[in-house]
Ligand binder design. Structure first.
Ligand SMILES: Nc1ncnc2c1ncn2[C@@H]1O[C@H](COP(=O)(O)OP(=O)(O)OP(=O)(O)O)[C@@H](O)[C@H]1O
Length: 991
């Protein structure tokens, strides 16, 4: 807030016409307007024959800023009192207009008026909105309005009476506010008038003997105006101001109003608050300024605090009746009004300066300005010194001639200086405009890319949906015969109508394009103009040495030029800084997108992993390897470091969340083989997830009635295992280390029909599979075979150590998760012939699963399992996707320099020999070909995750190509790798 200017409270007086009642009473006119400012009040009780009082004046004269009598129109009153406040209001000056006077003297008439003769409220608002409209091309306004009444010392919202009584509060700046008042934002005069009329009807009005439509409350209309420039500037000024328009209740004498009961009580309150107002006026008008101003005596004075003694231009319109019968009231009113004239308020403009991110630019410019000022002063001093020397050497003719010539040269130099300054100023102006244009252009570009992204996202989504629909309808058409097709027509294609957001994005794009064109034109024009001006300035600079005689002058002008050059250079630098800033902002948008996808990737990988763990699915070695690599990547915070690097570069905060408690890890039993040092390291670094507690009730529920499902599931799984083994390639010879190594990959699995691992003990996996199939063998089905695929440790342990209760619990848990189990107790038809998905017996060895608050007896063999609550039930569908090949993955992984991170296999060899082979081969990345898909189905959920990831990354790739992505390229590539991993998991699951 700027320092205020002291100004006096303006006081106007209005004398209403004699009312019918007064005429009937035979009252005479005692109040006369003498001229525009002077009013005379005559005492009707004076007896001209009273000799004792003969020398006393019969009349009292009052002078106000303006005075009106019965002949004054509403328009005249408004023009002379309030109109002038509007300009100040929109420039940021608070204003108050209040009508004061005894009851029935015309306050409401002046403020509200009638339909035919509207009062100050309407006229002010009309003019305010007109003024706003006139300047709305350059300025941006927001206007809000509230309307309240103070009735019996209680504040009521006239725009929302149901809000009850409101309180007055003082904000941090000491401005009085009405807490919870309704503020209507509009710049429509008609709308405001309607609200006003509505509010006024709610105002407490009762007929009294003195006035048929006596207002029993003080009505306060508050209009708040906020204004700021539309054009973006280095320093943006926001101006705000409040206008109070107050129609006070009239002071009254009980005898005159003949009020009783409620009216009398109202009158007492009105008089009390008016007395408080009078006291404040007295105190404020005290010439010595010693009196304490007690605003706190009434709500009215608290509300008027700023209007009376603070930051406001205030107009008081005092009202009196001209009738002799109202002499006393008129005299009191005139006395108070007269006193109020000497009240001074300190008005200041309410300004907030909003500086933008180019604040540094402002400071440089202001420094340069002060430098220019200093130079100007130097020139002026020099001229002054010259003048003085002229005077002293008046007798010296030679000096006279010199003076003459120096005067001439000074004039010339002044002219030159003016021209130079003008040229420089214009150059600066153009530079500034160019910067603004550049800034706007950048913002448009950012907006454009955002909208393009919205459209691209939508189009990708549409394509995805279409493809899905096409695949489904193809499948349907294969399954259904013709007659069925006729009766049950296929689903309609997915809705491809654009969303509102996309339509709006397209519309906005068109507008942005045209804006951009306009900006380009303006820029070209300004650049041409700038070049012209620069040439002109250079020509002037060249003239300098010839025109300027004094060396000092030349030096000064040279400096001036230098300063301007620097100024321009600075402006250019700032312009470049802005440009860079905008580029960074653009990049940041892309990085943020990457971040989103990274989280998505993490989530998918973990959920898929959880899925694998829960259902004890077999994990091919190369996938396990990739997964371990992913875990290491997470543990070593590599991605986060890359993100941090990007953060530093872009100076933007990108939230990078480490998966934290979701870290989980699967290791082999040390009794069977020794993990590599790195694996141990990773294992040690893995965080343990919180244990899962299952309450007794739930456990009981779980235990009940799932045995059948367990048996059925096991049977089906065994069948499926059999099928899988038939599809697996031949196993290598156990004696050949190379082949041992290769045996870990599916490509070198035993040939179809060959017995597994002859001449050696079955691997734990195999043993496990066999033991697993104990259940199925009990149903008369043969054991399933599983050779080289990694199986979860816990499965083995579970089969040995699990109690029936735990088994039952797990089966129950599975049941909850699998819809197909729930409905039929069997796997769906299409799945039953394929790889097993659900292993009800396997997951109960989860070390973190506490039943009845007790830790399980088993030692955990893998640490960290996602909490059960994180796992979603797999939604079964029959759609196949196109997973990326392993080669493809490797390509990307190598490109990202992941190859060095492809650590020795966590691929779970089944014997110590195998472990040796593995450790030997640990330095080279696996080259296992992608397993041939046995064909089958995958849960739709996983399909959609993978598709989302792929589609998203594809979009990002395109985006990266379009933009400068150097800073984010690492992150990008890593995301690619993550995506590949996810795809592989997906691919695996789809078997
Ligand atoms: N200047 C005027 N010209 C014509 N009629 C007027 C004028 N001033 C007041 N009146 C009339 O006088 C009557 C009383 O006026 P008004 O209700 O405005 O008084 P008031 O001061 O608001 O009274 P209260 O304090 O009791 O509300 C109204 O009927 C109004 O129309």
């Amino acid at each position: 807030l700027k320092v205020g200017v002291s100004c006096c409270l303006q006081v106007a007086l209005r004398i209403r016409p004699l009312s019918d009642a007064e005429q009937e009473e035979g009252a005479t006119i005692v109040a006369h307007r003498v001229d525009e400012q002077v009013v005379v009040l005559m005492d009707p009780m004076e007896d001209p024959d009273d000799i004792l009082r003969a020398n006393r004046s019969r009349e009292k004269t009052y002078m106000f800023d303006v005075a009106f009598d019965f002949s004054a129109s509403q328009e005249e009153v408004y023009r002379a009192t309030t109109k002038g406040l509007i300009e100040g209001l929109i420039s940021g000056y608070n204003a108050t207009v209040f009508a004061y006077g005894p009851t029935g003297c015309g306050k409401t008439y002046t403020m509200l008026g009638t339909d035919k003769e509207p009062g100050i409220y309407v006229r002010t608002l009309n003019d305010l909105f007109r003024a706003i409209e006139e300047t709305s091309d350059d300025m941006l306004y927001s206007v809000s309005m509230s309307y309240l009444e103070i009735y019996n010392e209680m504040i009521r919202d006239l725009l929302n009476p149901s809000s009850g009584f409101l309180d007055l509060r003082e904000d941090a700046k000491g401005v009085i506010q009405v807490a919870g008042i309704t503020e209507v934002s509009t710049i429509n005069a008609q709308e405001i008038m309607e609200l006003l009329m509505k509010g006024n009807k709610l105002r407490t009005q009762e007929p009294t003997a003195a006035n048929k439509t006596s207002s029993r409350s003080h009505a306060v209309l508050q209009v708040a105006v906020k204004q700021q420039s539309r054009s973006r500037d280095v320093l943006q000024e926001v101006r705000f101001a409040r206008l109070f328009m107050i129609d006070l209740a009239g002071s009254e004498r009980a005898a005159q109003t003949q009020n009783r009961g409620q009216r009398l009580k109202e009158g007492a309150h009105i008089n009390r608050s008016l007395l408080a107002l009078g006291n404040c006026i007295n105190a404020l008008s005290d010439k010595a300024g010693n009196k304490y101003v007690n605003y706190r005596d009434s709500k009215l004075t608290r509300l008027l605090k700023d209007s009376l003694g603070g930051n406001s231009r205030t107009v008081m319109i005092a009202h009196i009746s001209p009738a002799s019968v109202a002499f006393e009231e008129s005299r009191n009113t005139l006395t108070y009004a007269d006193r109020a004239k000497s009240i001074r308020t300190r008005v200041k403009k309410n300004l907030i300066n909003v500086s933008y991110h180019i604040a540094q630019y402002t400071s440089i410019i202001s420094d340069l300005r002060s430098e220019i000022q200093r130079l100007k002063k130097k020139i002026a001093d020099q001229a002054g010194r010259q003048l003085n020397s002229d005077r002293t050497d008046i007798r010296n003719v030679q000096a006279e001639v010199q003076a003459h010539s120096s005067h001439q040269s000074r004039a010339e130099m002044d002219q030159l200086r003016e021209q130079l300054l003008y040229a420089f100023r214009q150059q600066m102006e153009i530079r500034k405009n160019l910067m603004d244009l550049e800034n706007t252009n950048m913002e448009i570009q950012i907006d454009t890319s955002k909208h393009l992204l919205t459209i691209a996202d939508w189009e990708q989504e549409r394509t995805r949906r279409r493809r899905k629909w096409q695949a489904e309808s193809r499948k349907e058409s294969v399954n259904k015969d013709e007659s069925e097709k006729d009766s049950d027509s296929p689903e309609s294609p997915p809705d491809s109508t654009e969303t509102r957001e996309v339509a709006m994005a397209r519309e906005t794009l068109v507008t942005l394009m045209s804006e951009q064109k306009k900006i380009h034109k303006q820029k070209a024009f300004l650049e041409r103009r700038f070049l012209e001006l620069r040439d002109r300035a250079r020509r002037l600079e060249e003239l300098l040495p010839r025109r300027v005689s004094s060396e000092e002058q030349r030096e000064v002008l040279g400096l001036l030029c230098k300063v301007h050059e620097l100024e321009i250079e600075n402006a250019e630098m700032q312009s470049h800084a802005l440009l860079k800033d905008n580029v960074i902002r653009q990049k940041n948008v892309v990085v943020q997108r990457f971040e989103q996808y990274r989280h998505l990737c993490d989530e998918i990988i973990q959920k898929q992993r959880q899925f694998i763990t829960d259902h004890s699915l077999l994990v091919p070695p190369h996938l396990q390897e990739l997964y371990d690599m992913y875990m290491r990547e997470l543990d070593e915070r590599k991605l986060d470091r890359a993100m941090a690097l990007d953060k530093v570069t872009t100076r933007h905060t990108i939230k990078v969340t480490i998966v934290g408690s979701k870290h989980w890890f699967c290791s082999r039993d040390n009794r069977v083989f020794r993990s590599s040092p790195h694996a141990r390291q990773v294992k040690n670094a893995v965080m343990t997830p919180p244990p899962i507690h299952i309450n007794g009730k739930e456990r009981q529920q779980i235990l009940k009635g799932v045995q059948n499902i367990v048996v059925k599931a096991a049977r089906r799984r065994s069948k499926a295992l059999e099928t899988d083994v038939l599809r697996l390639p031949a196993a290598p010879s156990p004696l050949d280390p190379k082949q041992h190594k290769s045996s870990l990959s599916l490509g070198e699995a035993p040939p179809r029909g060959l017995p597994m691992r002859r001449g050696r003990q079955p691997s734990p996996e195999l043993r496990h599979a066999t033991s697993d199939d104990n259940l199925s063998s009990s149903t008369g089905e043969g054991p399933g075979l599983q050779a080289t695929w990694t199986r979860h440790r816990n499965r083995q342990v579970a089969s040995k150590n699990q109690t029936p209760r735990e088994v039952d619990f797990e089966a129950r848990r599975k049941k909850r998760r699998s819809r197909s189990f729930e409905v039929t107790g069997q796997l769906p038809q299409t799945k039953s012939t394929n790889a097993p998905r659900f292993r009800p017996l396997d997951s109960t060895s989860d070390p973190h699963l506490h039943i009845n608050g007790q830790a399980p007896m088993l030692r955990p063999h893998y640490r960290g399992v996602l909490p059960l609550t994180k796992v979603r039930p797999p939604h079964i569908s029959h759609q196949s996707g196109g997973p990326l090949s392993l080669l493809h993955i490797k390509k990307h992984v190598q490109r990202c320099q992941f190859s060095s991170l492809l650590l020795p296999p966590q691929i779970h060899p089944t014997t110590s020999e195998e472990a040796t082979c593995v450790s030997r081969s640990s330095t080279s990345p696996r080259r296992a070909p992608a397993p041939s898909a046995p064909g089958g189905t995958e849960p739709a959920l996983i399909t959609s995750w993978s598709e989302q990831i792929k589609a998203g990354l594809k979009g990002l790739q395109t985006l990266c190509r379009q933009r400068m992505m150097s800073n984010s390229s690492i992150v990008h590539l890593k995301f690619r790798a993550l995506s590949c991993l996810t795809s592989d998991v997906y691919k695996f699951l789809s078997r």
